[in-house]
Each structure stands twice: as C-alpha cells, then as structure tokens.
Design a protein around this ligand. Structure first.
Ligand code: COS
Length: 387
C-alpha cells in the first residue's frame, strides 16, 4: 500500500483558485456581511461562475464531478476567507447530495442540471424544533394521495432557507416506524413553502438560517428520493459525504486564526520584545499549529476514503469532531494572543471565535460525532475499513 500526501496538479490549481477567491472576493467584504448580517448573493454568483460550488454534481448533468478531496480543499480555502460566506456557497452540496444518491434519472436531470445552468440555491431540510440530533422524532408528515404526497410540518435552522429555489425535505411517511418511517422529497419553493423566520445568529452572520413550513404542500410522487421510508439512511449517507467538507471548513477557520495570531505575535511588543518571543505565546501557537495539521490530515483522509469507494462514517466523524473542536479552541486562543484587542470588533479574531462555534453544532454536534465514533469503535460495521 502506498501513501501519498501530494495534491495532484488539478487539486493544486483548485486550491490556488479558491485561495485567490477568498483573498480577493471574500475577505474584503467579510466584516460588512458579518456586521449587518447581509446575505452574500453576489459572492455566491461569482463562486458559481468560477465553478467553486456544486462541485460533486456529475458530468452527466453538466457538473464538474470533482472528487470529494478537491471539493474539501476548496471548502477549506473559502472558509479561511469567511466561513459564513463559505456556508452559503456550499449548502447546495448538502441539498443536492440526496438527489445524487436517491433521485430518479428524471429528478437528477431536472434539479441537478438547474444548479449548473443558473446560480440557483437549494436547502436541506432535516432538523425540526423538536428533532435535532434525534432525527427520528421529526413530526413533519408526507401522506400519499393519488400521485402526490401532501406535506405538513415545520423545519428549523435551514441554511439558505429564505433564498432556496428548491428543498430536500425529510418527512414521516410511516409515523409509527421510527427511523424506518422517514422519506425524502424534492420540494420546489413555488409549491407553497413558507419562510417563517430568519434567525439572528451569534456567528456566520453572512449566512441565511431560516425556519420554513409546509401546509398541505402537494409534491408529485416522482419527487420521492429513493425508496419510501428509506430517507433516514439517505440522510446519513449524505452526511457521510458532507462532513469531510465541514471538517475542511473548520480547518479553514483554524488557519485564519493561526495566521492572525502569528502576524500579531510578531508585531506586538511587550516587555521589550515581540510577544512571539515569549514561550507562553509560542506554546499556544504550537498547539494551534498541531491541531491545524491533524485536522487537515483527518478531513483529507475522510474525503480520500469516499473517493476510493470506501465507507468513511468513522473517519468523517473523527474529522468533523476534531476539526470543529479544534477550530473553537484555536479561535479562543487567537483571541488570547491578541489580549484585550482580541475582544474588540476592529480586529478579526472575535469573528473567528463566533463563527467557529457553529462548527461544533451543525451537521451533527461534536457529541453526535462521538456517538458515531464510540459505536464504530466498540462494534465496527462490517464495511468499516481500517486504512
Ligand atoms: N450510512 C448508512 N446507513 C446508516 C448510517 C450511515 N452512515 N448510519 C446509520 N445508518 C443506518 C443503520 O445501519 C440503521 O439501519 P437499519 O434501519 O437497517 O437498522 C439505521 O440507519 C439507524 O441507525 P442507528 O441505530 O445508528 O441510528 P440512531 O437512531 O441511533 O441515530 C445518529 C444515529 C444519532 C448518529 C443520527 O441520528 C445522527 O447522525 N444524528 C445527527 C443528525 C444531524 O447531523 N443533524 C444535523 C442536521 S443536518 S445540518
């Protein structure tokens, strides 16, 4: 078995393109979007034009069909620029994955092609007010009536929810069957999806997070994704494929925090020398750098497993958990390196700290990742591979 930590020329090019985009298009406006919680529509359109979003969509539907590793590398770089703007750009990947995995040929042609032909947005609607980590307790229902399903219920914390053209919605088709009674559907906004509320958030304020509801929304039966009552597995398989990217975004926040801390530590003079000369600061920088390195290796491995057709649930949870917790710790340490200035909005690190927190919450909390890790470690699935 060979191990190769070298990116391909194509991956290096994507990395450079994404870094340039983060430096030139995202960083200059990140503070403005954060302060006033302004949705980054124009930046999304530019990212779309450059091919930095919808990366996994197959060539058959007009997409670039990039490997998961390339997609994750892009996510790290854009998140370095601003993870709130990056979240807005990458949410299509979460919404479109269940379509890629479970959609019929017609559904894939219709909805995946749309995202490539125009800078349209899609949202992933799983979470409900009373069903967060416990997906199976969702209340939204889909009742079959003739050749349609009728949806009723509410979904919360929906990224891009106010701006999406279509939604991947999970609903109970057999309310008594627990996780085996959930189905997934593509629902177009114009069919009666109501945006109830836009959330005012601690961090990632550029991204849109909304509550959406369905009141007797009729969905054609052909918009069912996969088999009826197989939606829970579709959601889990989707999250296996998107968690490497979230870990990569958390890595981008770490790199941003470390860069800021290093620059400041070299400039700031205390006790007659730059504070970078003090061992107290050096040890913090060293720990930040080690966490960053380990997070990057973990997200890359979790993406590499997918690219090689191997099950990645365990490593994706390692990556998501470790990178998210490290992003929080590193951003807090960056504020510490800045001292009192770190607490002031004029400096960038307080934003990194606010933004990092969501990494431990969305797409499965750090506690849920530990549940997956414990389960896979105590009783490995048959197809969990040790690489
Ligand atoms: N891929 C495919 N199938 C999977 C899977 C995966 N990664 N993980 C679980 N499954 C299957 C299991 O094999 C099991 O199948 P059977 O019905 O054939 O027995 C089924 O799904 C249920 O699995 P499990 O018993 O592990 O489910 P739990 O109810 O214990 O829930 C957790 C598992 C908690 C890990 C899951 O609910 C979860 O990830 N919750 C967090 C959800 C989340 O990330 N929310 C954020 C919203 S998206 S922004």
């Amino acid at each position: 078995m060979s191990v190769n930590f070298q990116l391909s020329d194509e991956q290096k090019l994507m990395q450079e393109t994404a870094k340039d985009f983060a430096v030139n298009e995202i960083r200059p406006v990140a503070e403005h979007h954060d302060r006033d919680s302004i949705f980054p529509r124009e930046i999304i359109n530019k990212a779309w034009e450059l091919g930095l979003m919808n990366t996994t969509i197959p060539e058959a539907y007009g997409g670039a069909e990039l490997d998961f590793l390339s997609g994750s590398i892009i996510e790290e770089q854009l998140s370095w620029g601003c993870s709130g703007i990056a979240t807005s750009i990458f949410t299509n990947g979460l919404a479109s994955m269940p379509v890629e995995l479970g959609g019929s040929e017609e559904t894939k042609k219709k909805y995946l092609s749309q995202l490539i032909e125009e800078p349209k947005l899609a949202s992933f609607c799983l979470t409900e007010p009373e069903a967060g980590s416990d997906v199976s307790s969702m209340k939204t229902t889909a009742v079959k009536k003739g050749d349609k399903y009728v949806l009723n219920g509410s979904k919360c914390f929906i990224t891009n929810g106010s701006h999406a053209d279509w939604y991947t919605v999970y609903a109970k088709t057999d309310p008594d069957a627990g996780h085996r009674g959930i189905s997934a559907f593509v629902v177009e906004k114009d069919w009666g999806v109501v945006v109830d509320k836009k959330e005012d958030k601690l961090g990632q304020r550029a991204s849109d997070t909304a509550m959406v509801s369905f009141s007797d929304v009729e969905v054609p039966a052909e918009n069912l994704l996969g088999e009826e009552n197989a939606g829970f597995k579709l959601a889990m398989m989707t999250l296996d494929r998107t968690r490497p990217g979230v870990a990569a975004m958390a890595t981008g926040i770490q790199q941003a925090s470390l860069d800021a801390a290093v620059d400041y530590a070299k400039e700031r003079i205390q006790f007659g020398v730059p504070i970078a000369m003090h061992q107290a600061i050096q040890f913090m920088i060293a720990d930040m750098a080690t966490k960053l390195e380990a997070s990057r290796l973990l997200y890359m491995k979790s993406a590499w497993l997918l690219d090689n057709g191997l099950r990645n649930s365990l490593v994706a949870s390692h990556a998501k958990r470790f990178a998210a917790d490290s992003a929080m710790e590193t951003a807090v340490d960056a504020v510490q390196v800045f001292g009192g200035y770190g607490f002031i909005k004029e400096y960038p690190v307080e934003k990194f700290m606010r933004d990092a927190k969501i990494m431990q919450l969305y797409e499965g909390t750090s506690q849920i990742q530990r549940l997956v890790i414990a389960k896979e470690t105590l009783a490995p699935s048959r197809d969990t591979v040790a690489v």
